[in-house]
Write a protein that binds this ligand. Structure first.
Ligand SMILES: C[S@@+](CC[C@H](N)C(=O)[O-])C[C@H]1O[C@@H](n2cnc3c(N)ncnc32)[C@H](O)[C@@H]1O
Length: 434
């Protein structure tokens, strides 16, 4: 439909929009300035000038023009969103966030307000607030591909690619042809080390938009770390276990017959109580529960906060922390009689740094009790397609010796099942001889 301007102001604006559409920003600026001078009480003219200033990167000027437009004709979502963008661009994200919050008081279901708020909060480094605003936007309008795309990117950046995927897949059902969503999906797959799936998503993005406005070609040619050459990153481990925290015990023990804690307890043999015990990668506290009767003080640490929440519910730990196990070990030298590592070292690659930290944290005559996934004849360590790591006895012996520790017991056992097949492990006792 052809739109015929019927007021002078509309005609002046139409001229400016024509210049802008042709890429002539200077011409558009002249036309919009003329329009604001001739029609100073017309909100559209100030709004158009404000939008143009944003495109020119002249954010302070954009704030002035859009503030005037909003004063003349308050409450228009697209202009409030533009003003928030201008404020953020002008280095005033706190102002932008405050404005969005006021706007949400009046219109709590405004998706543009939530998107603008998320933008401002990201600039303020309030990632949790930005995630919450974007989640709300996705919930209010699941068909809005922009909200889902931005949330997917943010979650991946925050080290939560599994959550990003969970979100992107239903969003794609609503908007299968939105190229940036495919790019966001690809980046999440890539963060998980899923090279082929990532490449497929990047190619799909390019096929939908050969001009590549989303920038998929950069991602397509960026190097991808295949999972075969690296231990999983902490963000992946955290996301993986947080998701399973609530059903972990039922699934692992109930369905897969996991018995790591019992294997460690049997390997220790008869021992007096009153031990100070640290449970590395404590998860929901299954190993803690097995060793609690021996403990004077029982502490646990884990990367995944929701696993730690489950462990806390048991009421057996004196101390729990959400942190990497090496950080936890390094905090307290000569502190522990027993250190437990049940089914956790298979998320680490080379065990030497961990073994040195264990050596420093153990008291003399203290012991590390650990399971590792293993395979006959494996000497070093290897990364598996499951993204876990298998360690050979020779590697463990070498690391223990390098740290001044002694491997005093090793036996093979079945840790649990996976796809109905037994998962082979080594049960280890490593001592700090006094
Ligand atoms: C398979 S679960 C075992 C949990 C518990 N040890 C048990 O026997 O039930 C592995 C746990 O190790 C944690 N984990 C993995 N890598 C870790 C690291 N570097 N530091 C701390 N925790 C880690 C995971 O978050 C997860 O809760």
């Amino acid at each position: 439909m052809i739109h015929i301007p019927h007021t002078e102001a509309e005609a002046a604006l139409a001229a400016g929009h024509d210049y802008r559409a042709q890429g002539d920003l200077a011409g558009a600026e002249r036309a919009f300035l003329l329009a604001t001078t001739r029609f100073p009480n017309n909100a559209e003219t100030h709004g158009a000038l404000g939008d143009l200033r944003i495109a020119q990167g002249r954010f302070t000027g954009a704030v002035t023009a859009l503030t005037r437009a909003n004063a003349l004709d308050p409450g228009r979502p697209h202009r409030l969103a533009a003003l928030a963008e201008a404020l953020s661009g002008a280095g005033e994200p706190a102002e932008a966030a405050a404005m969005c919050r006021n706007w949400l008081l009046i219109r709590p279901d405004s998706v543009p307000a939530l998107l603008a708020l998320a933008e401002a909060l990201q600039l303020l480094e309030d990632a949790a607030g930005a995630v919450a605003a974007l989640r709300e936007a996705v919930m209010l309008a699941p068909e809005n591909a922009e909200s889902a795309t931005r949330l997917c990117h943010l979650l991946t950046t925050l080290g939560q690619p599994l959550e990003a995927l969970e979100l992107a897949q239903p969003a794609l059902r609503h908007s299968p042809d939105h190229p940036p969503l495919h790019l966001a999906l690809g980046l999440a797959w890539r963060a998980l080390g899923e090279r082929e799936k990532a490449l497929q998503a990047f190619r799909h993005c390019l096929a939908l938009d050969p001009t590549d406005a989303a920038g998929a070609s950069g991602a397509l040619f960026a190097p991808i770390n295949p999972h075969e050459t690296a231990a999983p990153d902490p963000g992946y481990v955290r996301a993986l276990f947080d998701r399973y925290a609530v059903k972990f015990d039922t699934d692992l023990v109930g369905k897969l017959g996991y018995c790591g804690p019992q294997l460690l307890r049997a390997a220790l043999g008869p021992t007096p109580g009153d031990r100070d015990i640290l449970d590395l990668g404590c998860g929901t506290g299954l190993a803690g529960a097995e060793f609690a009767p021996l403990a004077r003080h029982l502490a646990g640490c884990d990367l995944a906060p929701r696993m730690v929440d489950q462990a806390r519910l048991r009421g057996i730990y004196h101390q729990l922390s959400v942190e990497d196990l090496t950080v936890c070990l390094n905090r307290a030298p000569l502190r522990w009689d027993l250190i437990l590592a049940a089914d956790v070292l298979n998320y680490l690659g080379d065990l030497e740094p961990m073994m040195r930290a264990v050596a420093a944290a153990l008291r003399h005559n203290g012991r590390l009790l650990a399971t590792v996934e293993s395979a006959p004849d494996l000497e070093g360590f290897e990364f598996m397609a499951s993204r876990r790591v298998r360690h050979g006895a020779a590697h463990i012996d070498l690391c223990a010796k390098a740290a001044g520790l002694t491997l005093t017991h090793q036996s093979t056992a079945t840790l649990r099942t996976e796809k109905r097949q037994p998962v082979a492990c080594l049960v280890l006792v490593i001592e700090k001889k006094g």
